[in-house]
Design a protein around this ligand. Structure first.
Ligand code: IPM
Ligand code: MN
Length: 354
């Protein structure tokens, strides 16, 4: 099969160049979510002012607190409203008083599935002055992006029990990957590799190759080998495309080599619909309310959102401001409580550089 760009939909297709006003749904969520979201909004406001577009924020109090008070996780009416937004900005989901899995499944995964956000995009970039645990690796060596399939695989939740509750109980969980689901993800990854125009190399991690784009070099690595190379020779990677569970696992490793969860941003994309952007770390409850959590991942996610809604220059300005903020040396470490600056000061610094 030789696909052409006319058959492949890209994120451009839904972007209206004349549009200058956007409705952004904000789900600050649990733990440190609200603190990092506040800094993300600060930077978004600054970017929209400088680049002449308008962002209307609509706030949703979804998360652990609402669940504890009302038993609601994601009411149908709220879901319907979110489907009408231009984009969603999410802080973090996960509450110490709520059994693990309930909010993650009922809110985060439900949104990804209901909005058909079939791409989970996770850039891995070592910024200047950021410490990586990999010896002798520089920003030039660590600059790739993981395209994680986001609606299938083991996350499909297919499976069940036989003889549940007995001594002979069997539990089955199936990984479902459809032709449609795999193809749209790999197509997206090819087009992204083209747009990045860096090494023009797409590495398939852990599945069999199904598509060819003449100008993009393809490569294949097993998931275990991908982990090994990511530590030993991260400079080999440009774009990696992989399934949902492998993508979940390798992007935690990838986050560490770029300096940790404080800087790791991600987007859940529906290139034809509503996307959602989030820092990929959790709600870090132990740091809540202390003004010491690193907001850079949330700010980076906000920047990715600007790119997706069609405000590319503003997106580049945010990316540049993050890089400048780090290059300035004012941020001592990316770890919570060790930044040398507070959460709000880091937000102020980035906003001042827009
Ligand atoms: C992530 C998270 C989620 C996932 C959890 C919270 C369900 O780890 O966004 O990577 O597994 O996708
Ligand atoms: Mn994860």
């Amino acid at each position: 099969m030789t696909p052409t760009s006319t058959t492949a939909k890209t994120s451009q297709s839904k972007q209206n160049p004349k549009k200058t006003s956007y409705k952004i749904a904000v789900i600050a969520g649990d733990g440190t979510g609200p603190e990092v979201v506040k800094e993300g909004l600060k930077v978004l406001n600054q970017a929209s002012k400088k680049h002449n577009f308008k962002l209307d924020f609509v706030y949703y109090d979804l998360g652990g607190e609402r669940f504890k008070k009302t038993g609601e996780i994601l009411p149908e009416s709220v879901l319907a409203e979110l489907k009408e937004a231009d984009s969603i900005f999410l802080g973090a989901i996960g509450h110490p008083d709520v059994k693990p899995g309930i909010l993650e499944k009922g809110l985060l995964l439900k949104l990804r599935f209901e909005l058909d956000q079939y791409i989970n995009l996770r850039p891995v970039k070592l910024y200047p002055n950021v410490e990586t645990p990999l010896a002798n690796k520089t920003p030039e060596d660590i600059d790739f992006i993981v395209v994680r399939e986001n609606t299938e695989g083991l996350y499909a939740g297919a499976g069940g029990f036989l003889r549940r509750g007995t001594q002979h109980e069997v539990a089955i969980q199936e990984s479902i990957n459809t032709r449609m689901g795999v193809e749209r993800c790999i197509r997206y990854a090819f087009e992204l590799t083209r747009r990045r125009n860096r090494k023009k190399t797409l590495t398939l991690c852990g599945k069999t190759n199904v598509l060819i784009y003449a100008d993009v070099k393809t490569d294949y690595a097993h998931v275990d080998a991908t982990c090994m190379w990511m530590v030993k020779n991260p400079e080999w990677f440009d774009v990696i495309v992989t399934d949902n569970m492998f993508g979940d696992i390798i992007t935690d490793l990838a986050a560490m080599i770029q300096g940790g969860m404080g800087i790791a941003a991600g987007g859940n994309l529906n290139p034809q619909g509503v996307s959602m952007f989030e820092p990929i770390g959790g709600s870090a409850p132990k740091y809540t309310g202390k003004n010491i959590i690193n907001p850079l991942a949330a700010i980076g996610a906000a920047g990715m959102m600007l790119e997706e809604i069609g405000q590319r220059e503003a997106a580049e300005a945010v990316e540049h401001a993050i890089s400048q903020a780090l290059a300035s040396g004012k941020i001592k470490s990316l770890a919570a409580g060790k930044m040398g600056l507070s959460t709000t000061e880091v937000g102020d610094l980035v906003a001042s550089l827009i």
